[in-house]
Every structure is written in structure tokens, then in C-alpha cells.
Design a protein around this ligand. Structure first.
Ligand code: SF4
Length: 299
């Protein structure tokens, strides 16, 4: 559904979107980099509209450890929903069919989504995941607010790339109990592979961690792209400067979408795990079997 967006202003006869650090300047009829925010006429004014409000492409009851969140109600399930669109263009995207395309969706109004979530007794709350929740902002904000007003104990979770500006982040955080934020690589990796920037993601991790929200971080380890000793050193140093006890998931890469490199080898994962473990208390490996996990995490 099309709905007026929350973070924009008019500029040079166009609309400047200030939701995320791309700061798209959008002419009438066009969409921003994420493909889901469109500049349009409303009366005699230009405005910005979100195109994916309430549009659900995926809904599923998942174990919360699949998000992954290991230190936040790890034995529970959480109802998980997603829409379409993303503000990155990662060539290795694991969910490209909904992140990079206008996937088929069903409109679910705010109150109905809150009802579905609150009635599900097998779930501790609602996770906004699968595609990027930042660019689904208005719906996430409305549904999370509605749920918290009706039941403050019902958990709200975001699985996000962290590419959001400070003002919208701070407005949403009071409703959010836990986040898993991707930290994908160094500045060059963000620039060339995701078409974004590293610094705003670091700012999100710092800001969210300081707001009493439970934070875990995920790095998908791609051989030859983000697993050099220097890159992992900087990543570990940054996270340790936020909180040495922050949870980091180092995930195994498998070829997907446009990135056809071979899957991450066990030795690369083990090396990364051992290096990061020297800087951080809670490092886990993901996308591996239990047997592989115990081999890698064996001290
Ligand atoms: S949310 Fe979309 S339109 Fe807005 S600045 Fe980011 S990429 Fe551009």
C-alpha cells in the first residue's frame, strides 16, 4: 500500500529522503535507491510515499536462534515477517528475490498484524526480517508501537543492515527489544559490494547498544573479500570498543545471487573465529553443521 513517508523534505523542486544515509534526492514520479520510496504529488505539494507499507511477502514462525539471536530468549520462537526492497545492493544477497525485486505480497493492516502477533502463543513477539526493515520504516514503527501499547512484554526484533539515520533510529528504538545488525566488512567492501558506507552502520551499532536494546552482530565471511587479518582486526577492535561482550556471529558464505565464489572453507572460518575470539567474549560460527561448529570452536 502507498502511504506518506515520515522522513523527507522538499529541496530544489524535488524531495530529499532523510531516512537512510543515501539521502536520495528524488524527482516527481521517481523512486529512491531502495526502489520503495517514491516522490509524488499530494494536492499542490510534492511528498514522499512509501510503496511497501503493510505489504507482506513472507511470514513464518522461526526459532529465534535463526535470526540469529543467541543471547536473547534462545529457546523461544518468534513470528517473523518481511516485505520487499533494500537500501543495499549486495551481490551476495541471500534474499535477493524479495530484496532486489518487487515480490508478490499481501496487504496486512497494522491492527491485523498486531492481532496476528499477539494471538500467537508459540511466539514471544514479532521480528521484522527477510528484507531490510529500515526501508519498511513506517509500517515497522506503527506495528511495533501498536503492539507495545497493547502488551509491553511482547518482544520486537529487527534483523537489519543498520543503514539508517540517527533520527529515525532513535524514534524507533524505544519499541525495539533486540536487533541483529550486519557488519559486513571494511569501508571498501561496503562501497564496492553493497553500494553503501561503513560509518553509518558503525554509528547504528553504537547508538542502539547505548539505548538498552539487546544487540548481536553478524558478519558473513566471504573468502578474499572480507576475511583478511587487517579487516577482521579492525572489525574486532571496533566491536570491542562498543562492548567486549557483544555477541558476534561469523557466518559461512555460500555462493548466491551474483557472487559465485566457493563457499567459505572450514580453515578460513576457524582462523577468523580464533582471531576474533581474542578480542571478543562471545563469538559464534553460523551456517555450519554441529560437527563443523565443534571443530571450529574447539580451542
Ligand atoms: S530510504 Fe530509500 S529513498 Fe530514502 S534515502 Fe534511503 S535509499 Fe534513498
Amino acid at each position: 500500500m502507498k502511504k506518506e513517508a515520515m522522513f523527507f523534505h522538499p529541496e530544489e523542486g524535488k524531495i530529499r529522503c532523510v531516512l537512510c544515509p543515501h539521502y536520495c534526492l528524488i524527482a516527481k514520479g521517481n523512486v529512491g535507491f531502495c526502489g520503495v520510496r517514491q516522490c509524488g504529488q499530494s494536492g499542490d505539494e510534492l511528498k514522499l510515499f512509501t510503496l511497501n507499507y503493510g505489504e507482506i511477502t513472507s511470514i513464518s514462525l522461526d526459532p529465534i536462534i535463526k535470526k540469529p539471536l543467541y543471547h536473547f530468549h534462545p529457546r523461544d520462537n518468534i513470528l517473523s515477517v518481511g516485505s520487499f526492497g533494500c537500501n543495499f545492493k549486495c551481490s551476495f544477497c541471500q534474499n535477493y528475490s524479495i530484496s532486489q525485486h518487487r515480490a508478490e505480497s499481501r496487504y496486512v493492516p497494522t491492527g491485523e498484524m498486531a492481532d496476528i502477533s499477539l494471538r500467537n502463543t508459540d511466539s514471544i513477539g514479532l521480528a521484522f526480517t527477510y528484507n531490510e526493515p529500515s526501508i519498511w520504516y513506517e509500517y515497522v514503527y506503527d506495528v511495533a508501537g501498536e503492539i507495545k501499547r497493547r502488551d509491553g512484554e511482547h518482544k520486537i526484533v529487527l534483523v537489519t543492515n543498520g543503514y539508517i539515520n540517527e533520527e529515525p533510529l532513535k524514534k524507533l528504538l524505544p519499541y525495539v527489544d533486540a536487533m541483529n545488525i550486519d557488519l559486513k566488512g571494511d569501508g571498501e567492501f561496503y562501497k564496492s559490494i553493497c553500494l553503501g558506507k561503513l560509518e553509518p552502520v558503525m554509528n547504528t551499532i553504537r547508538a542502539a547498544n547505548g539505548e538498552g536494546c539487546h544487540i548481536e552482530v553478524t558478519t558473513l565471511l566471504i573468502p578474499g573479500e572480507n576475511n583478511s587479518h587487517e579487516t577482521l582486526d579492525r572489525l574486532g577492535d571496533f566491536l570491542a570498543s562498543v562492548d567486549r561482550d557483544i555477541v558476534l556471529h561469523v557466518s559461512r558464505f555460500f555462493p548466491r545471487y551474483r557472487m559465485k565464489k566457493p563457499a567459505t572453507g572450514m580453515e578460513d572460518l576457524k582462523k577468523a573465529y580464533q582471531q576474533l575470539r581474542k578480542k571478543l567474549t562471545n563469538v559464534y560460527v553460523g551456517n555450519v553443521s554441529e560437527e563443523e561448529k565443534s571443530y571450529i570452536m574447539k580451542q
